[in-house]
Design a protein around this ligand. Structure first.
Ligand code: IVH
Length: 434
């Protein structure tokens, strides 16, 4: 007797079905086809499977944070909404696993995934003349968008049928790391969009605001942890954390600055950003002007740069017409239809108070300069690394000196040197490290 019959003898008999293999080849085919159809009908589409898996990880982490550490990563309403979302998916796709009990599931190590289009960089302009010649090349009569150049890290977001199915870092521009779970945990973009196009690919900047960064460092100080260097590094580091509760707590934000793939195709960058905003996604602030008005808008936005709670390191100017932007193409590195006007860091004056020596893992001593607190670009600065003893000596500093401080790249505090002018005579030599 055939295996199938032997194993299922009883039920086959009960159902008055005899061995399909031995008796009737035609019936066997029908049975196999029947089962094959069943399996393929029951399997959820891949984006749904992936979305469900992300929701499960997030819910399990939320459970663990709530029950194990007593430190919830989200409010009850957000938790319930995610659970309802999962149960709704399970109604449509009953083969998805039921939500299990409490326990931490570490996210998979993000593998490298190919970008649909290379993620290019922006050509930099350090003078208004360079901006003028960019506009001359593209056309003075054309419309341009002027936006803050946000200083975080690029993330590429893919939505399918309104579900966030993938989030990638820029990586080398051709391939990025999978950071979907961390992006979902951060809560910085909706995981589900209503009335979204079937397929939507977006690029944006993942950011940590100055206030979130200060709060994070304050909490770390209380926990006896080292201070993080800058909002930019902290945003990048946060996406690599395995502890999703911590990711959720860090207050990460995203601002979308580019729409890659959409149906319908929105004709202008302005329209694309506006549509994406109506879907509930946070977009970058963007002003539209003709070529003749760009420098004026640059000057205005430059004056307001200190108002932003986000680190910025310049302004982006880009052609508004998307077809035109595509038509003029790109070099291997940069699109020809956009340019970044970099800010020149504005130094502020303060007084050097003391030097702290910190010892790195290698045992090397690094001098950290502490100075009277100063406000720069919306953040209070009071210390800066001087990198090495050689660097400290080269600056020829004394305690009590008036010094010039900048936020290099819009974020990391840096001492440029001593202010010109005579010393008062009350300055003191810097003591050698103990
Ligand atoms: S547009 C095709 N707009 O700057 C390139 N980029 O140096 C389109 N960035 O990788 C980029 N704010 O991460 C654009 N408003 C903005 C931006 C912005 C920040 C970053 C982005 C990009 C890098 C280029």
């Amino acid at each position: 007797m055939h295996n199938l019959c032997r194993n299922k003898k009883k039920s086959l008999k009960n159902a008055e079905i005899r061995c399909l293999i031995c008796q009737h080849a035609f019936m066997f085919e029908r049975m196999v086809i029947f089962w094959m159809l069943c399996w393929s009908c029951l399997a959820a589409p891949e984006p749904v499977e992936r979305h469900a898996a992300q929701l499960r990880v997030l819910l399990q982490q939320a459970d663990a944070a709530y029950y194990n550490s007593g430190n919830p990563i989200m409010g009850d309403a957000a938790y319930d909404a995610l659970r309802v979302q999962y149960e709704k998916l399970r109604t449509d796709y009953p083969e998805l696993p039921a939500l299990s009990g409490v326990g931490v599931v570490a996210p998979e190590d993000g593998g490298k995934i190919a970008h649909t289009e290379p993620v290019l960089s922006l050509k930099k302009a350090y003078t208004d003349d360079e901006v003028e010649s960019f506009i001359g090349r593209c056309g003075r009569e054309k419309n341009y968008c002027v936006e803050p150049k946000l200083d975080g890290l690029t993330v590429v977001l893919r939505y399918q049928n309104g579900l966030l199915v993938q989030a990638l870092t820029r990586g080398d521009g051709k391939q990025g790391s999978d950071v979907t779970t961390a992006v979902m945990a951060s809560g910085c973009v909706p995981v589900r969009l209503a009335n979204a196009p079937e397929s939507l690919e977006l690029r944006g900047e993942m950011l940590m605001s100055f206030s979130a960064f200060d709060a994070l460092n304050k909490r770390r100080a209380q926990e006896g942890l080292t201070q993080l260097k800058s909002p930019r590094n902290s945003a990048a580091g946060s996406l690599r954390l395995k502890d999703l509760a911590e990711v959720a707590r860090r207050g990460l934000q995203v601002r979308i600055f580019e729409v890659i793939d959409s149906e319908p195709v929105w004709p202008t960058h302005t329209a694309a950003l506006a549509q994406v905003a109506t879907l509930g996604l946070p977009v970058v602030e963007s002003r539209t002007v003709t070529g003749a008005g760009v420098l004026q808008v640059l000057a205005e936005m430059n004056l307001r740069r200190g108002d932003s709670n986000f680190p910025t390191d310049g302004l982006v100017i880009r052609l508004n017409d998307r077809a035109e932007f595509e038509r003029i193409g790109a070099t291997a590195k940069y699109p020809r239809g956009a340019i970044a006007r970099k800010y020149r860091a504005v130094p502020v004056e303060t007084t050097l108070l003391r030097i702290e020596w910190t010892k790195g893992d290698s045992g090397r001593l690094t001098p950290i300069a502490h100075f009277e607190p100063v406000e720069v670009d919306g953040a209070t600065l009071q210390r800066a690394s001087l990198h090495s003893l050689d660097h400290l000596r080269a600056l020829d500093l004394m305690l009590g000196d008036r010094i010039e401080v900048v936020r290099a790249g819009g974020s990391v505090p840096e001492i440029l040197g001593r202010c010109s002018g005579l010393r008062t005579g009350r300055e003191k030599a810097i003591p050698d490290p103990e």
